[in-house]
Design a protein around this ligand. Structure first.
Ligand code: FDA
Length: 396
């Protein structure tokens, strides 16, 4: 019997990081693979990632860098496809990269280099990519699935959902993956924006507004998760790596805690300074450790005026406590509009951690950001996309 032109072994919905990786892997196994995407270009988030230079992996990635309601789920795939494995692929394609922060690998030139690696691999593996193709319906067929698209009906034995999360809707993000999960009886855990800047209550926002653009290294924490990275004041609120990381652990209404002078013994320092230079001010002390403008504004915000000799011991204790633990109650976050990732998603308790397929439907796979696995900032999210894409591509 002739095989219909629209019959594939594997259809992957989503030509992003996870979908393309999966397509190449399945294609090399000799599977007839089609990737469909409604966008006009593949891998748009790869292109905008890492400030256009794509932080494509993190050499120090471990399961502890991921949030999930089922924390053990990601371990198997991450172990079987490591940052070193992706690095070997990148090396084979001659992509130049650099380690900008410990473990964080970025393209030296452009994120396009990573997208080109994936597209070349797909081409070599014989995987077809069809863009500007909207998925209208998915239903079970005799052997596998029928996918109705704006380009006609397609069938496949294995269906892989790689539609990503909800962040940056202007880049093509949709909830299709969640809808399909529900259609096939899976639980979708509540989603929310992660790795996202905080917005502030009007009063604090106004007080900090003059500091917009200033960054300083802090230790920020929420729910006992500490991040020692830079904080950035923006005209909308608080951002920078420290705030983005903490945002993934923060729930509305909660307070975040910021140590503005990590590594300093503020209380002891202030007592010593009061003894040695009684005329010195808190603002001068802050200026030794923080950007001058930030130091002065934070000082004014707290009304710390006059020389240290006028401060009683309890005043110094209070100042030290404030600097060690600046407690901020954000008004909210900037939401999916600017978030790097979506927390929550398809519940992994109904998926196989070896294959990424549904436990009760071994021909239906969910990979990448659509599932409830979310990495810290620093290349971990792409590592999950590669690892889960390879795990599914080896089976689908
Ligand atoms: P991804 O979002 O990449 O792809 C999903 C694909 O599905 C898209 O092509 C989309 O068009 C398609 N799709 C969606 N709905 C569809 C529908 N209804 N029909 C057809 N197709 C549909 N991570 C990291 O590790 N290092 C970094 O440097 C960055 N930087 C970064 C910057 C910014 C601004 C953002 C927004 C995100 C990052 N990330 C990151 C996160 C990273 O981009 C993200 O985790 C991965 O792209 C997720 O890969 P997926 O393949 O799962 O989804």
């Amino acid at each position: 019997m002739a095989v219909s032109a629209s019959a594939y072994d594997v259809i992957i919905i989503g030509a992003g990081a996870a979908g393309l990786m999966c397509a190449a892997t399945a294609g090399y196994r000799g599977r007839r693979v089609l990737v469909v995407d409604h966008a006009n270009k593949p891998g748009k988030k790869i292109l905008m990632s890492g400030g256009g230079r794509c932080n494509f992996t993190n050499l120090n990635s471990t399961p502890a860098n991921f949030l999930s309601n089922n924390p053990h789920y990601c371990i198997s795939a991450l172990k079987r496809y490591t940052p070193q494995d992706f690095l070997e692929l990148v090396d084979r394609h001659g992509v130049e990269y650099e380690e900008k922060a410990p473990g964080q690998l970025f393209c030296r030139d452009s994120a396009r280099d990573i997208l080109n690696v994936l597209l070349t691999e797909c081409e070599w593996a014989g995987a077809e990519i069809r863009l500007k193709t909207a998925v209208q319906a998915v239903r079970e067929a005799d052997r596998g699935y029928q996918v109705t698209t704006s380009d006609g009906a397609l069938t496949c034995e294995s269906l892989v959902i790689a539609t990503g999360g909800l962040s940056i809707p202007t880049m093509g993000a949709t909830g299709l993956g969640y809808e399909l999960a529900k259609q096939f009886g899976l639980t979708v855990l509540p989603t929310r924006a992660g790795l996202v800047p905080f917005t502030l209550q009007p009063e604090l926002k106004q007080q900090l507004a003059p500091l917009s653009g200033i960054s300083c290294p802090v230790d920020a924490h929420c729910h006992n998760q500490h991040f020692r990275e830079p904080l950035l004041v923006t005209h909308r609120g608080l951002s920078g790596p420290a705030m983005l990381q903490v945002s993934s652990y923060w729930q509305p209404g909660e307070t975040i805690h910021i140590n503005l002078l990590p590594g300093q013994r503020v209380h002891d320092d202030l007592l010593t300074l009061r003894n040695e230079k009684p005329q010195a001010t808190v603002a001068q002390y802050l200026g030794l450790h923080l950007p001058k403008r930030f130091a002065q504004a934070f000082n004014d915000l707290n009304g710390w005026h006059g020389p240290l000799q006028a401060c009683r011991n309890q005043d110094i204790e209070h100042i030290a406590r404030t600097l060690d633990n600046w407690s901020v109650k954000p008004a909210g976050t900037e939401g999916y509009r600017t978030a790097e990732v979506t927390l929550g998603g398809v519940d992994t308790r109904q998926l196989s951690s070896r294959t990424m397929a549904c436990l009760n439907r071994p021909d239906l796979y969910f990979i990448g950001e659509v599932v409830d696995v979310t990495g810290h900032l620093g290349g971990h999210n792409f590592q999950w996309a590669w690892a889960s894409g390879v795990a599914a591509g080896n089976e689908a």
